[in-house]
Structure formats: structure tokens, C-alpha cells
Design a protein around this ligand. Structure first.
Ligand code: HMG
Length: 301
């Protein structure tokens, strides 16, 4: 087993977590969420998305979020961008990094970005060229790495193909997304084995949604293979607008508790993070999806 000693958590709550919320969330609340996450020790926060606001209205105010945010020195504030237009918007508000996104499924790519996989890779290439010129690092996401809401099971070879293309284009890290949350540890391990034939494990991240309650088991499988970057969302917020019924990302609180149990360093203050999760969940009118946050609140020892 190659379990890492230290893990980097990529907090996607303010973007992936909020993008699918139907109720309006004001800019001040989004900023407060990001600032609280930074105060809890998160060093990488995806703070917004510069996508077409007609497609994802909740992310329409991302420019204001980036402009008004009080930035902490230890934090990378990343923005999701689908194309050059999105990159230019992110650059204008001084995003520290950007992330491009593709999928391993043709049907999902069409629904999510209105183009083919090949065209999405060309858009990513244009963003990477412009970002390189501007001195900005680019992360790459791949959705539907285990299953697709439209195509069903996805062949690990197809994930490996798209991952290698994105990596060769210049993404410094590839985040592998189980968008629907259908994966189980064996399927995830097979997918990671295929992808890591072409890309070193230390350039891979995992991004699990918890629809079927498998996210932590999948993370454990990924950690045992040496993956050291995990995407998660405070309070388990989230869901993709183009993956109907898919639940939120794995809760950051739950990942932190798992890492503590394995003696893996992460740099997060769990009680403070759980308090942020309770605050944002209360604001959204629900309990945190994190079991750890619920157990801490009930003082279960
Ligand atoms: C990709 C597009 C833009 C193509 O959308 P399109 O409609 O095909 O774009 P277009 O190039 O034909 O342009 C149409 C209009 O969109 C505008 N436009 C074009 N680009 C932008 C932009 N960047 N920002 C603002 N406006 C933009 C453009 O200016 C034009 O405006 P009009 O002339 O009609 O007024 C659209 O499909 C889109 O925005 N899709 C994003 C969908 C999305 O955000 N999905 C969720 C994020 S991905 C995800 O959650 C998965 C992930 C990453 O978390 C991992 C996982 O869990 O799997």
C-alpha cells in the first residue's frame, strides 16, 4: 500500500456545492462561506465558476465573489472555466488558478457543455494556452469516470484516454469525478489503474459524489493506491445540474475524520469546519449531509 502521509484537500463547496441550489444565495453569504473555509485551514478553495450564467444561474455572481473576497495568503482561490471567454472573466478578477472540465462520456459532454469530447478538449487547449501566457496554472476535471447518467458504465480505457489528453495539453493535475456517485471501490481502483498507466498517481485527484453512500469507501481505495489529493464539499453540499438526482460531494468533515483515523496530515481544524458546515446548512434550511458533523453536534464520543 502506498498510503500518502499528507493529503491536500480541494474544497469545492462554494462552486460544486452551491451551483445546483435552487434558492438564491447572495454574494455576501458566498464570501462568508469562503472566508470561513479558509479560516478552518482549507488551502485550496474553488470559489466560483465563469460559465454561461443562463446555464448555471447560481454562479452568475462569481465575479463579485472574487472581487470582494478578503484573500488569505495561504489559500489558492480557483475558478471553473469552460472556455476562453470564461478564462478571460476569471483573469479579470484575479483568480489564482483555473480549472477546465471534460467528461469521459459523449452524452454527458453534450448536456453539460453543448459540444463533443473532442471539442471540449479543444476549448481546454485554448484556455491552457492563454493561462500559460498569463502565468496561471490549470487543473483539469473529468466527469463520469465510473458511470454516466445517460450512457451507464464507462470503460476505464476511455477515462484514461481523456485524462492523458488533458494532461498532455498541460493540466498540472487531473481530478477524476464520479459525477453521479455510482462508483464502488473495485470499479474506482480499476479506473485509477488504467489512468495511472499514463499519468503519475501524484498528479491525480479524486472527486466523489455520495449518491450511493460509497464516497468514503472509494476514497479509502484511492488513498491505498497513493492518491494524495481529494476534492470535497463542506457539509456535503452539491450536485451537478446535468446529473439529475446525483447528491452532493463527499462531505469535507467526513474526509477529515477518515484522514485523522489513518494518521494522515491535512491541516484542517475539524470543529471549526463542522461549525461552518452547520452554519451554511442552516442557512439553506437543512441539516449538514455530513455524518461526522451530525455526530459532533450530538457530542457522540
Ligand atoms: C460551455 C458553454 C458556455 C457552452 O454554451 P453554448 O451556449 O454552446 O455557448 P456559445 O459559445 O454558443 O455561446 C452562447 C452564449 O453563451 C455565452 N457564453 C459562452 N461562454 C460563456 C462564458 N464562459 N461565460 C459567460 N457567457 C458565456 C456567449 O457569449 C453567448 O452569449 P449570447 O451571445 O447568446 O448572449 C455552456 O454549455 C456552459 O456554460 N456550460 C457549463 C455547465 C456547467 O457549469 N456545469 C456544471 C459544472 S461541471 C461539474 O459540475 C462537474 C465537476 C467539474 O464538478 C466534476 C464532476 O463532479 O463530475
Amino acid at each position: 500500500m502506498n498510503v500518502p502521509k499528507k493529503v491536500r484537500l480541494v474544497e469545492v463547496g462554494p462552486r460544486d456545492g452551491l451551483q445546483n441550489e435552487q434558492q438564491a444565495i447572495d454574494t455576501g453569504t458566498k464570501i462568508q462561506l469562503i472566508e470561513q473555509l479558509a479560516a478552518a485551514g482549507l488551502g485550496y478553495i474553488e470559489a466560483g465558476a465563469f460559465v454561461n450564467p443562463k446555464w448555471v444561474p447560481q454562479m452568475a455572481g462569481s465575479a463579485e465573489v472574487f472581487e470582494q473576497l478578503k484573500r488569505a495568503e495561504h489559500v489558492t482561490y480557483a475558478a471553473l472555466v469552460p472556455n476562453l471567454q470564461g478564462f478571460e472573466r476569471a483573469l479579470a478578477v484575479n483568480a489564482s488558478e483555473v480549472a477546465v472540465f471534460c467528461a469521459a462520456s459523449e452524452a454527458f459532454t453534450q448536456k453539460n457543455t453543448n459540444c463533443s469530447i473532442e471539442e471540449s478538449l479543444q476549448r481546454a487547449a485554448a484556455v491552457i494556452d492563454a493561462a500559460t501566457t498569463a502565468g496561471i496554472k490549470v487543473r483539469g476535471y473529468i466527469s463520469c469516470v465510473v458511470g454516466c447518467p445517460y450512457e451507464g458504465a464507462i470503460d476505464p480505457a476511455q477515462v484514461a484516454y481523456v485524462a492523458k489528453r488533458l494532461f498532455d495539453l498541460g493540466c498540472y493535475e487531473i481530478s477524476l469525478g464520479d459525477t453521479v456517485g455510482v462508483g464502488t471501490p473495485i470499479a474506482v481502483s480499476q479506473m485509477l489503474a488504467a489512468v495511472s498507466d499514463n499519468i503519475p498517481m501524484d498528479k491525480l485527484a479524486v472527486h466523489f459524489h455520495d449518491t450511493y453512500g460509497q464516497a468514503l469507501a472509494n476514497i479509502l481505495a484511492a488513498l491505498q493506491l497513493g492518491v494524495a489529493v481529494i476534492d470535497s464539499s463542506v457539509a456535503g453540499l452539491g450536485g451537478c445540474p446535468y446529473a439529475k438526482g446525483a447528491s452532493g460531494n463527499v462531505a469535507t468533515e467526513d474526509v477529515v475524520y477518515l484522514l485523522d483515523g489513518m494518521g494522515i496530515e491535512h491541516g484542517i481544524d475539524l470543529p471549526q469546519l463542522a461549525s461552518t458546515g452547520r452554519w451554511i446548512s442552516a442557512l439553506l434550511g437543512r441539516a449538514p449531509a455530513s455524518k461526522v458533523a451530525q455526530a459532533l453536534a450530538a457530542d457522540i464520543k
